[in-house]
Structure formats: C-alpha cells, structure tokens
Design a binder for this molecule. Sequence first.
Ligand SMILES: NC(=O)c1ccc[n+]([C@@H]2O[C@H](COP(=O)([O-])OP(=O)(O)OC[C@H]3O[C@@H](n4cnc5c(N)ncnc54)[C@H](O)[C@@H]3O)[C@@H](O)[C@H]2O)c1
Length: 312
Amino acid sequence: MKILLTGGAGFIGSHVAEQLISHGYEVIIIDNLISGSTTYLPQGVEFFQMDINDPSVEDVFKTVKPEIVLHLAAQTSVVHSMREPYFDFQSNTDGTVKLLQYAARYHVRQFIFSSTSAVYGEPTYLPIDEMHPIDPHSFYAVSKYAAERYIRIFAAQYGFTPTILRFSNVYGPRQNTAGEAGVVGIFILNYLKKEQCLIYGGNQTRDFIYVKDVAIACRKAIESDLSGIYNVSSSVELSIGVLNELISQQLEVNASANYMPFREGELIRSVLSNENAKKGLEWVPTFSLLEGLYETIQYIKEFQWKGVKVKN
Ligand SMILES: NC(=O)c1ccc[n+]([C@@H]2O[C@H](COP(=O)([O-])OP(=O)(O)OC[C@H]3O[C@@H](n4cnc5c(N)ncnc54)[C@H](O)[C@@H]3O)[C@@H](O)[C@H]2O)c1
C-alpha cells in the first residue's frame, strides 16, 4: 500500500516512516527539510525535497497515486507562530488545503492528520477527551484546528476517510532541543553538560508520549481505516519537577534545577484521555516512561551530545 507521508524527515515523521517500512508499506516522503534531515530517513523510502505549498506536489500525487496521505509536515513552534502568524498559516492551514485538493483530485482513500492537544486550550476538566471544548490560544493551535475542519469538510464532500490524531507532548530520539519544545531532551542535555535545568514552577503537569508509540498509532490509524478524532497520549499526568527527578535518576546524578516563578499563561495541568484511540484504533502505549527516557538518553549520548563542550 502506498502512503504519502509529509514531514517524514522530521522527528515524529522519521519514526513513522520506520514503522511503516518495517510493516511492508511503500512510503513516499515530501519534506522541505526546514527542520528535518535526510539522515533521519530510513532505507527504502522514496524522498521528494519540496515544500507542501509547491505546485509540483501535484506531480507527486499524479505519478505516485497514493492510497493514503499521512500529513505531518508543519510549522511546529508556538512561539514562532505568535511572531509570524502568516507563515504559520501558510504552512499549517494553506498547505493542508492544497494537499486536500490533490487528495480529492487523485482519489486518496484516507487522509490522516497530526493535530495537537493545543487545540483544547485551558482544560475545563481532566482528563481531556475528544468532546472537550475547543479553545485555541495560539496561532499554531488555530492553524491546526482550521486544518482539521477543512479535512472534515473535504472528506464529506469527496468521500475519503478523515482521521485526526491529536498528539500530547511527544518526546524521544531526534527531537529538536533547540526550541521551546522537547523539555525531555533539554533536561537530558543540561545534565550531560553539567548545566542546571531551568524550571519555571515545576508543579505544572503534562502528558508525555514516547515517539515510537505515536508512530505505532499512525500505523494503526491506517489499518483501522476509521474516521474520527483520536487523542494520542499516555494518559499519565506527570509534573515537570518529577520528570526532572526521573531523568536525573536515570543518568545517576543528583537532581538539580534552578527553580523560577511559574510563568503566567502556561497551562497548570494537562492530561489527555486516550480511551478513544484504545477502542477505535486498538492502540495502547507500549513504552513505559522509564523505557522511553532510557532510549532517549542513549540516543542523545550517542549523537546530539557529540561536540558539546563540557562545562565544569
Ligand atoms: N512534537 C510534539 O510534541 C507534537 C505535539 C503535537 C503535534 N505535533 C505535530 O506532529 C507533526 C510533526 O512534528 P515534529 O515534532 O516531528 O516536528 P518536526 O519539525 O521535527 O517535523 C516537521 C517536519 O515537516 C517538515 N516541514 C515543515 N514545514 C514544511 C512544509 N511547508 N513543506 C514540507 N515539509 C515541511 C520539516 O522539515 C520537518 O521534517 C507536526 O504536524 C506537529 O504539529 C507534534
């Protein structure tokens, strides 16, 4: 089965590509490499370096004739979206609409989209399920939610299966630790550099899901061929302070952090219900937090850590 995977050279996309290749799928990747890398691409994929907004993307649909589009390419930084809302809109909403037009024209059977828990905004109850009110607080969340709505209307009009996956906080090997995302990688790198982790607050909670479990959820979305909205999360509520301690334990060093006052505007608590994905996609997270942290630490030690100067 031919899968057109956008953003397949990125953090999550490269794990999805590995997962699909190892299960016998034919994977065609479109990625402009703005934050991805060809070094992440597994053997056996077909790769097109292009922007999803590039008109030549239509040629890929025409020649490849994918049965399924798995759309992960996006501008993923909340901070950047607030600085450059139009760029964010072009990448995340405009680009998605273009892909949808091709999907309709070339008779794609299913369109799977990586959305985000950010669409829910401030939780009014926990755990957040898919019926929770939508209240995006950033341009990033708005552009993702607008894309979701376009997908549903296109799907109704052209008869393909729309599958929306809303990821919680994804972590694991290959995550970019330079931006605001990737607190797990940032903490690990700080400990390796013998620098103090900076924590604003510490009691705020998040739902961390390991990237390989997200990749499995994407494959299960293909195999189930179900329409709908599915939170992809661990459903485990973990505070940033406890995360810091767990990472230090795994690295066998004393936990240390520079605690600063909690920043107004940040979510205090967040945890998502993954019951819908368990029932519908027959997916359960298979990696414990400790397993995920262990693999992430090994990866960072082997690759990202190289060349970083150690401060004494
Ligand atoms: N990482 C998370 O915690 C998280 C949480 C919720 C949702 N998501 C979503 O998951 C998806 C993957 O995110 P990620 O964390 O792997 O980020 P990433 O930046 O590593 O991956 C995005 C990939 O898309 C490519 N890309 C970006 N804009 C493009 C464009 N216009 N045309 C073609 N390629 C483009 C990048 O080069 C990169 O390879 C995104 O849609 C993101 O919104 C991620």
